[in-house]
Design a protein around this ligand. Structure first.
Ligand SMILES: [Zn+2]
Length: 97
């Protein structure tokens, strides 16, 4: 199924990998296409990806279905500070769900 999620949810830099839709729920699996993250210490962009983390975001109800976004984000590593960071999204609540 071809869904333009960027248009639908106004999510920049997100690529849809898969989705499954049932009578009551829609699950959309997507991944961040951000090429880099910002180090929280030195604010330098770092593109050294170390691992992936999946977050599930219950975003809205669409046409009577609960919509869950499963977002895969990359964890980046700053070699200068030896710190890890995730690319954060404006639409993701900072409280871990
Ligand atoms: Zn740094």
């Amino acid at each position: 199924m071809d869904i333009n999620i960027e248009f639908l949810f106004n999510l920049p830099k997100v690529k849809v990998l898969d989705c499954s839709i049932s009578d009551k729920e829609a699950h959309i699996y997507c991944e961040s296409t951000h090429p880099y993250g910002l180090c929280p210490v030195c604010q330098k962009p770092t593109s050294e990806a170390m691992m992936y983390q999946e977050r599930t975001i219950r975003d809205m109800t669409l046409l009577g279905r609960k919509v869950y976004l499963h977002l895969k984000t990359r964890q980046f590593h700053c070699t200068d500070c030896n710190r890890y960071c995730y690319k954060s999204f404006d639409f993701v609540n900072p409280v871990k769900q």
